[in-house]
Design a protein around this ligand. Structure first.
Ligand SMILES: NC(=O)c1ccc[n+]([C@@H]2O[C@H](COP(=O)([O-])OP(=O)(O)OC[C@H]3O[C@@H](n4cnc5c(N)ncnc54)[C@H](O)[C@@H]3O)[C@@H](O)[C@H]2O)c1
Length: 327
């Protein structure tokens, strides 16, 4: 069924995080009749001021709260037409130190949202979009470069973060099958863009270099990630919300594979810094070698296409953004 976000009341979870912020700005600007309810617990990764320009706007409501709060979630779901679920603990390194908050928010929090969705009458009346990740597939080898993740592959997550995302991903699909809920799952590659908390590679390296600090690169630096600009990701989220088929999973990718070392050198060059700023550090435990996404399904079935395929196109703008906000 084709629907439009325009005129909808959209519950966004995690709207003060990196992708959530970009998503809220995008829909508020693009759809003049959308109403956004942003539910965010404001953990270390969430910043309310990211969306300060919408505070006071009659089409925007911020709710500080936890997705594990059953009665709050039930009330908000009754008040909306669809849910974009982005709230998560999202950093792999933190999940290696302590998996508990990852299971709590990513698995149990998703179950709380799904159970509140079950009370919707009829059950397929409101769409639930779950923002999963390509990390649920596990890893690909560096050698078989023709291999890419497709939606029908088994999930073989390796980090506690990825395992918690995979648990929720499967719960969403189970609720579709069991209760007839209108769900869509997306699995996107690594995003880059403004508003990301500076702990993951790109914002961490840029902000370190702004302060003339070295950049800590894991292991041999040959780990490959498939990068997507956040603008393309949020457009894909709109696309699946409006046109995705209920019960389906869609990969999101821009065919932009780079090793961490290549990426680091690109950032160093763009910021006029020498390669001696690279500090090779002990590899992350269980570090996946390569992610690569086959995004044919969303392209061919829904007509979505990445507009930014070359990482370097947006790099100067990104460095300028972090210079303004963290420099
Ligand atoms: N960043 C990426 O490259 C990437 C790639 C693919 C998928 N994803 C997924 O996209 C989603 C958003 O990722 P991100 O990078 O914007 O994450 P982020 O860490 O920047 O933001 C997460 C947001 O969720 C909020 N939050 C955390 N726990 C909460 C809770 N219990 N209740 C309510 N709010 C809570 C935080 O305050 C924060 O605002 C996540 O589900 C992540 O798994 C991210």
């Amino acid at each position: 069924m084709k629907r439009s976000l325009n005129g909808m009341r959209v519950l966004v979870t995690g709207g003060c995080g990196f992708i959530g912020t970009n998503f809220v700005h995008h829909v508020m600007q693009k759809f003049k009749d959308v109403f956004v309810i942003n539910l965010d617990a404001l953990t270390y990764a969430g910043r309310r001021k990211n969306l300060a320009e919408w505070e006071g706007n009659e089409r925007y409501q911020f709710v500080k709260g936890d997705i594990c709060d059953e009665s709050l979630v039930r009330d908000l779901i009754q008040a909306c037409d669809c849910v974009l679920h982005l709230a998560a603990e999202s950093h792999v390194d933190r999940s290696i130190v302590d998996a508990r908050p990852f299971v709590q928010t990513n698995v149990l929090g998703t179950q709380v949202l799904l159970d509140a969705m079950r009370e919707v009458d009829p059950p397929g009346d409101k769409r639930f979009v779950y923002v999963s990740t390509d990390e649920v597939y596990g890893e690909l080898s560096l050698e078989a470069r023709e291999k890419r993740f497709t939606e029908d592959m088994c999930l073989r997550p390796n980090s506690p973060y990825a395992a918690s995302k995979a648990g929720a991903d499967l719960m969403v699909q189970a609720y579709h099958r069991t209760y007839g809920m209108d769900t869509v799952v997306t699995r996107c590659g690594n995003n880059y863009g403004p508003y990301q908390y500076p702990e993951k590679l790109i914002p961490l390296f840029i902000t370190n270099l702004l302060q003339n600090k070295p950049v800590p690169l894991y292991g041999d630096g040959k780990h490959v990630r498939d990068w997507v600009h956040v603008d393309d990701h949020v457009e894909a989220l709109c696309c699946v919300t409006e046109n995705g088929e209920a019960g389906e999973v869609y990969n999101v990718g821009a065919a932009c594979e780079r090793s961490n070392l290549e990426l680091t050198k690109i950032i160093l060059r763009a910021m006029g810094k020498p390669e001696s700023m690279i500090e090779y550090v002990k590899d992350r435990a269980g570090h996946d070698r390569r992610y690569a996404i086959d995004a044919r399904k969303i392209r061919e079935n829904l007509g979505w296409k990445a507009s930014v395929s070359d990482f370097t196109d947006k790099l100067d703008a990104l460095i300028a953004w972090y210079t303004t906000h963290y420099g």
